[in-house]
Design a protein around this ligand. Structure first.
Ligand SMILES: O=C(NNC1=NCCC1)c1ccc(Br)cc1
Length: 325
């Protein structure tokens, strides 16, 4: 089997949403595919009206294939401080034509304010490892884990784009979607994430590939050195990050993956991607797409990095492949 689904950017590439069919008859919800978490959760008829703000909701009671997973609950919090929790159904889930019949669909009974405010997203589809799924007392598998045995190849690919529709493919590598060769590097999934090591200016950086995080977070030394090239750039405590004049032309930012004997491959993030967004309505000062990981404890290669590459999440061989495009 295989699947292919469009990933549409929202609010200046802050997140990418994909249409997902749930239940019988199908209810289509736009979900944020997140390689940094492992729960598939949705706004639902169980979500308080006060916390629903235009989002499409899942109604298990109108799905003939929905079955309540008795006694199961879930509760998750994300790196940006957002959170949600609720109950669990098993139902049929289809992504880009790829169907999993008994997928844990986690219905929200509570969502935090940033989810309520995000009118375009109906929830998340976790694509990290099932070891960090939060369903209790019986942990559930991700959509990818459930689909993997049926896939032509045990992998999915992410092809996110700047201000344009991209794509997630499941079960195959689309050779027309990238240029040159794919450089692979081993994955450390000991923390449940797609962990890997890249080299930046000769320095090894261990981080995770996280489609659910918007920006890139790297060690302070690398970030400070990058912004030292931009006149007027400075760390601003009120914005909790590096800012600079919006008219600045930003240097490209490159990292190497798979730099073993074969030399590996280089991913280059265009400087324009690092000029992320204005800090206020005047548009004078802009917030950087590259920030320090010092408050996190691990580096994160978020959407700013991922949208500069074609990325293979290989669950069979536990490796990450990176290619230019
Ligand atoms: O939460 C994380 N990624 N996903 C999402 N963020 C916001 C909504 C979804 C995340 C994962 C690992 C680390 Br380390 C830091 C953050």
């Amino acid at each position: 089997d295989s699947g292919s689904v469009t990933a549409s950017p929202r609010q200046q590439d802050t997140e990418y949403l994909c249409p997902v069919q749930i239940g019988s008859p199908a209810q289509t919800l736009p979900l944020d595919f997140d390689t940094g978490s492992s729960d598939l959760w949705v706004f639902s008829t169980d979500t308080p009206r006060s916390e629903v703000n235009g989002q499409t909701v899942y109604d298990a009671s109108s799905s003939s294939s929905a079955k309540r997973l008795s006694g199961a609950t879930w509760k998750i919090s994300y790196g940006d401080g957002s959170s949600s929790s609720g109950i669990v159904y098993l139902d049929t889930v289809t992504v880009g034509g790829l169907t999993v019949s008994r997928q844990a669909v986690e219905a929200a009974k509570q969502v935090s304010s940033s989810f309520s405010r995000d009118t375009s997203s109906s929830g998340l589809l976790g694509l990290a490892f099932s070891s960090i799924n939060t369903v209790s007392p019986n942990q559930q598998k991700t959509f990818f884990d459930n689909a993997m045995p049926h896939l032509d190849a045990p992998l999915f690919t992410a092809d996110l784009k700047h201000n344009a529709d991209g794509r997630y493919n499941f079960g195959y590598i689309d050779k027309s979607a990238y240029t040159g060769s794919i450089s692979y590097t081993p994955v450390d999934n000991s923390q449940g994430f797609w962990g890997f090591t890249a080299t930046v200016d000769g320095t090894d950086v261990t981080g995770i590939a996280d489609t659910g995080t918007t920006l890139i977070y790297l060690p302070d030394s690398i970030v400070t050195s990058y912004y030292s090239q931009v006149s007027g750039a400075r760390y601003d405590s009120s914005n909790a990050g590096y800012i600079f004049p919006c008219g600045s032309s930003m240097p490209d930012f490159s990292f190497n993956v798979g730099g073993g004997g074969g030399g590996g491959g280089t991913v280059t993030v265009p400087g324009s991607y690092v000029n992320f967004a204005p800090t206020d309505q005047t548009g004078q000062t802009c917030f950087g797409g590259l920030q320090s990981d010092s408050s996190i404890g691990i580096s994160i290669f978020g959407d700013i990095a991922l949208k500069a590459a074609f990325v293979v999440f290989d669950g069979g061989n536990k490796q990450l492949g990176w290619a230019a495009k």
